[in-house]
Design a binder for this molecule. Structure first.
Ligand code: PLP
Length: 390
């Protein structure tokens, strides 16, 4: 259930949710929009009778809302099944478009797995991938990216906001510098964690992928902006004529309705939310600074993500203990089998620091009292356990 402020409630009604970068709670109005589609507006938008035509009209209305939130014309916005699909489709479409230009890809070592795993498969198909390493704070510079671009570089894929560190990458600057380095190279950005902070028109990337569930929409729906330089986007899923014939499959109308409603609500409160998140992050930094052995990891400028390490205290234990105290945070993007994530590993931190990283991430419903409770829980964990010797 949800409290009246839209905060998710745990079993005892006291859960503190600080994992918005993993997924965000859905506002009631977005869920209601979905319910109406599931129960009453269930027609297929491709059907030719009035009930179907009405759905097509609604679908285009929702597309218009999401496109406005992306800052792009509606006919450049395609719905996908998730951010992961958008990333995979963007990369494949760019490489197809540039199939005669080269088989080299430039990306970073700290992209989401949706990009990194796709690139791994492409290597098996004979593509060459350059993965740029960030500095110790998690930053990548535009100069670093542009320097890696070669005459045979078909694609640059650099995320807008890193999901573990909150570092913001200079996608606009890369877009500006790219034509001088190689006018054919296409630019994709995974903007899943930066949605609602940019306009596709200003950013200058050729392909931009986003996901609904990070902004209060449902899981299982995303969107891809495909710019005019991609002339005939190659479908990832060939089939029926939906989405202009380039992304087949009956449109997920209920998810799209929920996505549009969530985007509309967040657009309305965008500036207020940004201010609130900045204030929360500053407050969290102040509160957490008082905890012994706690270090801040990376200098992420995104206001909704804060990565910290309790050096010597393994992150999975922190996450479990905080969870039992009703506080939800994550161990980076899931600390696999006790090993730091690929993002944390790329920072080359001392082992004790790397193994103790947790990520707090915030959304509009988070309060300073939630931060206080989280800081208390971390301190309690620190004070009640012996550090691990590493
Ligand atoms: N890219 C980034 C940066 C993300 O944070 C996520 C979400 O975890 C994704 C891609 C994948 O999005 P989805 O869960 O919709 O597939």
């Amino acid at each position: 259930g949800f409290s009246r402020q839209g905060k998710p409630l745990g079993k005892g009604g006291t859960m503190i949710y600080l994992d918005y970068a993993a997924t965000a709670p859905m506002p009631r109005a977005a869920a209601d929009a979905m319910y109406a589609v599931l129960t009453e507006q269930y027609g297929n938008p491709s059907a030719q009778y009035p009930f179907g035509l009405e759905m097509k009209k609604r679908l285009e209305g929702w597309r218009g809302i999401v496109a406005a939130a992306m800052g792009c014309p509606p006919d450049r916005l395609y719905f996908t099944s998730c951010g992961t699909e958008g990333d995979n489709w963007a990369i494949r479409a760019a490489l197809w478009q540039n199939r005669h230009a080269g088989r080299h890809i430039v990306t970073t070592a700290v992209e989401h797995s949706a990009v990194l795993e796709c690139c791994k498969w492409l290597e098996k198909d004979g593509y060459e991938v350059t993965r740029l390493l960030p500095d110790g704070q998690g930053n990548i510079t535009a100069g670093q990216v542009l320097e890696a671009v070669r005459p045979d570089t078909a694609l640059v894929s650099v995320m807008l906001v890193n999901n573990e560190l909150g570092t913001i990458f200079p996608v606009g600057e890369i877009a500006e510098g790219l034509p001088a380095k190689n006018p054919k190279t296409l630019l994709h950005t995974d903007a899943v964690q930066g949605f609602l902070t940019f306009s596709a028109r200003d950013l200058g990337a050729d392909l931009i992928s986003v996901s609904a569930h990070k902004i209060g929409g449902p899981k299982g729906i995303g969107a891809l902006y495909i710019g005019p330089r991609i002339r005939n986007p190659r479908p990832l899923l060939p089939g029926g004529g939906q989405e202009g014939g380039v992304r087949a499959g009956t449109e997920a109308t209920a998810q799209i309705a929920g996505f549009a409603k969530a985007a509309e609500l967040r657009m309305d409160s965008r500036l207020e939310d940004q201010r609130h998140l900045c204030e929360l992050k500053a407050y969290a930094i102040e509160k957490l600074s008082a905890i012994p052995d706690l270090h801040f990891v990376g200098n992420g400028a995104a206001p909704h993500i804060l990565s910290v390490s309790l050096a010597g205290w393994p992150s999975q234990n922190i996450v479990n203990d905080l969870g039992s105290q009703g506080v939800c945070v994550s161990a980076g993007s899931a600390c696999h089998q006790g090993k730091p994530s690929h993002v944390i590993a790329a920072l080359k931190l001392p082992k004790r620091t790397a193994s103790g990283v947790i990520r707090l991430s915030f959304g509009p419903a988070v309060t300073k009292a939630d931060i206080d409770a989280c800081a208390d829980a971390i301190r309690k964990h620190h004070d009640s356990r012996c550090p691990m010797l590493l």
